[in-house]
Design a protein around this ligand. Structure first.
Ligand SMILES: C[S@@+](CC[C@H](N)C(=O)[O-])C[C@H]1O[C@@H](n2cnc3c(N)ncnc32)[C@H](O)[C@@H]1O
Length: 230
C-alpha cells in the first residue's frame, strides 16, 4: 500500500461524515437477524481455525465481530479497521460490553491499512465505496499469509428474473445508503457504480486465489466471494 496507488482517499471524508451521522441507524439495520445469517455464512467461508488472526476491513459498528471472534476462539485475534469514528465508537462499546479482550479496533484507512500479515481478511459491504477496488483487494491479498483466506460480502443488483420486481426498491436503498451527492440527476447512478466496483473487487480474488468460490443470498442481491491465497 505504500505507493499510494489505491487513490481512494477522495471518498473517505464523505464516508466518515455520512456514516458518522448515521451510525446508530446503521447499527440497527446491520444487526437484523436475516443479515446475521449472511454474515455467519461469510465468516464460515473464511475457514478460520482457533488461534487465527483475522482482520475485518471497514468493520463499521461491529456486526461481524461476534462471528469472527467465535471462529478464532479466545486464543485468536480479531482486528477491525474503520475510518469513521462514530461507527468505531459503537463497535468499541459492543466489544467492551462483551468483555472481548482479543478484539482490537483500529481507526484507519482500509485502502492503506495499518496491518501486518494475517491469517484471513474479511470485508462486508465496503469495497463498493472504493474508487479503485481492484487495486485495494490486490493489496489486501498481499497481507494474507499463504493458505489464508479472503472473503468479500457485498450487495449488488440481482440478475435473477424473480428479483426484477425488487430492483427499483434496491436502487432506492442504494441511493439512500450511499454518501449523498449534490447532483440533481446522477451522471453515474450509485447502483451502477456499486455493481461495477463489486465486480472489480472480485477480479483479483478470482484470478489470484485458489479454491475461489461464490454464493448468493437474498434473491441474488447479496453476494459472497472467497478464495485461498496461494
Ligand atoms: C456499509 S458500512 C459496512 C460496515 C460493516 N462492514 C458491516 O457489514 O456492517 C461501510 C463501512 O466502511 C467504512 N469505510 C468506508 N471507507 C473506508 C476506508 N477507506 N477505510 C476504512 N473504512 C472505510 C465506513 O466508515 C463504514 O463503517
Amino acid at each position: 500500500m505504500s505507493d499510494g496507488r489505491a487513490g481512494n482517499g477522495g471518498g473517505t471524508s464523505e464516508a466518515q461524515t455520512f456514516y458518522g451521522r448515521w451510525a446508530r441507524f446503521y447499527d440497527a439495520i446491520a444487526t437484523l437477524p436475516g443479515i446475521g445469517s449472511w454474515r455467519e455464512r461469510a465468516v464460515d467461508g473464511l475457514e478460520l481455525s482457533p488461534g487465527d488472526t483475522v482482520v475485518e476491513m471497514g468493520c463499521g459498528t461491529g456486526a461481524n465481530l461476534s462471528y469472527l471472534r467465535e471462529a478464532v476462539g479466545a486464543g485468536g485475534s480479531v482486528v477491525g479497521v474503520d475510518v469513521t469514528r462514530g461507527m468505531l465508537d459503537r463497535a468499541r462499546r459492543h466489544v467492551a460490553a462483551e468483555g472481548w479482550e482479543n478484539v482490537h479496533l483500529v481507526r484507519g484507512d482500509a485502502t492503506a491499512p495499518p496491518i501486518e500479515r494475517v491469517d484471513a481478511l474479511f470485508a462486508s459491504f465496503v469495497v463498493g465505496m472504493f474508487e479503485t477496488p481492484e487495486i485495494v483487494v490486490e493489496d489486501w491479498l498481499a497481507l494474507v499469509r499463504s493458505g489464508g483466506r479472503v472473503a468479500l460480502l457485498d450487495a449488488t443488483r440481482s440478475t435473477r428474473p424473480n428479483a426484477k420486481p425488487l430492483d427499483a426498491a434496491f436502487r432506492l436503498f442504494v441511493a439512500a445508503s450511499a454518501p449523498p451527492t449534490t447532483q440533481l440527476r446522477y451522471a453515474d447512478p450509485p447502483w451502477e457504480s456499486l455493481d461495477r466496483r463489486v465486480a472489480a473487487a472480485r477480479r483479483p480474488l478470482e484470478s489470484r486465489t485458489v479454491e475461489y468460490g461464490t454464493a448468493e443470498f437474498a434473491l441474488g442481491f447479496v453476494r459472497l466471494a472467497s478464495g485461498h491465497v496461494p
